[in-house]
Design a protein around this ligand. Structure first.
Ligand code: PSV
Ligand code: MN
Ligand code: MN
Length: 406
């Protein structure tokens, strides 16, 4: 670590009126969940490329996730997907995770890979299929209970491909009916996070197509249901930060699936395409946090930050590390926004000064800050270099090809 670079940084930030101790405390408290499926083979609908060294089972996925946590210090939990991560004994998986310093995070039901779901799952007009899908969700609640997870994530692939194919309103009722049953099964400490996406795999209508539908569903279910914002699930040009601000204010923002996109739901490395959007999302969250209103504070403090990313062509563990570091970097930058300065400019309706106060923080180099924070956390100052030098990638080559894939 370059001491003089950090000394200069401290001086600059103090002069700007930033409380660096608070910034450091918040950086150390940041937790980002990584997804088990991000460690397995993945691809597009054209091809799943098999890589050497990919985990062959859920236990090995946790071993890889532990490497990400070891070098970053901020990824202590792993989301699982059932049945991709189905095991005989979830307690054993939980113990394995604990032995690696990890916990099991959000439980993700899979309602899209069964032949029965060709016309939908929770929204299928066939009552028996709706029942099967509901039971799968209840099974996931049971897994959450067994593994002490407090999150159930729902991404619903249901929708139709053609106008007239099904009754959109009827499907809406079936969805609520099924989710009500699931909601009743939640333990008091559990939350149901409802994701939305505007298209794919359905190409005409999707039953949970946008944040408004997810929000309305959550509202109807109750306080333990909240919205999950996947950054890749919006039409081009959508102002995701505004959605974040709105949901925060309604105390209904449950979590994020971070990833980057250029065209659709591309699931690329976080921050690879539009890091400014990520920074602006954190700006909204921090702005809400600094708000005096207790409810908004609580929501902002309770957000589940998760990565939802699949690596078709890149090596998986370093790609995950890159995503985590990019989130951390943008969070650090957002913590350096002088909110008082922004508000003073807003007060005066000084558009340029307000925009400048926000952007200035984005343009800062936070490398010296992150290096010091990592040093104080006892993790490598350069996590990527530490992973690459660790020999882990070479070690897992012994697993060969043909590991787990989604
Ligand atoms: C499909 O769009 C998806 O990428 C959703 O974002 C889910 O969260 C993820 O897969 C895992 O089911
Ligand atoms: Mn997602
Ligand atoms: Mn997605």
């Amino acid at each position: 670590m370059n001491d003089s670079a950090y000394a200069l940084f401290v001086q600059q930030q103090t002069d700007r009126g930033i409380d660096l101790e608070q910034v450091k405390t918040r950086l150390k408290a940041l937790k980002i969940e990584t997804p088990s499926w991000g460690y397995g083979d993945s691809g597009t609908r054209f091809k799943v490329f098999q890589q050497v060294g990919v985990p062959r089972n859920p236990f090995e996925k946790f071993e890889d996730a532990a490497q990400v946590h070891r070098v970053t210090g901020i990824c202590p939990s792993v989301a699982i997907h059932i049945p991709w991560d189905k095991v005989e004994d979830y307690k054993q998986l939980q113990q394995h995770a604990a032995s690696l310093g990890l916990t099991i995070g959000a439980i993700n039901p899979n309602l899209f890979q069964d032949d029965d779901y060709i016309f939908g799952s929770l929204c299928n007009s066939n009552q028996a299929i709706r029942k099967k899908a509901t039971e799968h969700m209840l099974e996931c609640v049971a897994v959450a209970r067994e593994t002490s997870s407090s999150l159930l994530s729902l991404w619903l692939a249901d929708g139709t491909n053609y106008p007239g194919q099904a009754s959109i309103r009827q499907r809406k009722h079936w969805l609520l009916e099924a989710l009500n049953e699931v909601y009743q099964a939640l333990e008091p400490q559990m939350r149901l996070l409802i994701e939305y996406k505007f298209f794919e795999p359905a190409f005409y209508h999707t039953d949970l197509g946008d944040w408004g539908m997810a929000y309305n569903t959550a509202l109807k279910l109750g306080k333990q249901a909240q919205v999950l914002v996947d950054t890749g699930h919006h039409a081009q040009g959508t102002n995701v930060e505004q959605i974040v601000a709105y949901l925060l204010d309604e105390q209904c923002l449950g979590g994020f699936h971070f990833n980057s996109r250029k065209y659709a739901d591309d699931d690329l490395i976080v921050g690879a395409i539009n890091p400014y959007e990520l920074f602006l999302i954190f700006y909204q969250i921090l702005d809400a946090l600094s708000d005096a209103e207790a409810g908004v504070r609580q929501t902002a403090e309770n957000i589940a930050y998760m990565i939802d990313q699949s690596h078709c062509i890149e090596p998986k563990i370093p790609a995950m590390i890159r995503s985590v570091l990019n989130v951390q970097t943008q969070y650090a930058k957002a913590l350096l926004i002088n909110l008082a300065e922004v508000r003073a400019a807003q007060e005066k309706q000084d558009v340029l000064a307000a925009e400048n106060a926000v952007r200035t923080a984005f343009e800062l180099d936070v490398t010296p800050l992150l290096q010091v924070v990592r040093e104080e956390m006892g993790v490598p100052v350069d996590p990527m270099a530490a992973y690459l030098a660790s020999g882990y990638a070479e070690k897992i080559r012994a697993r060969g090809k043909g590991g787990a894939s989604w």
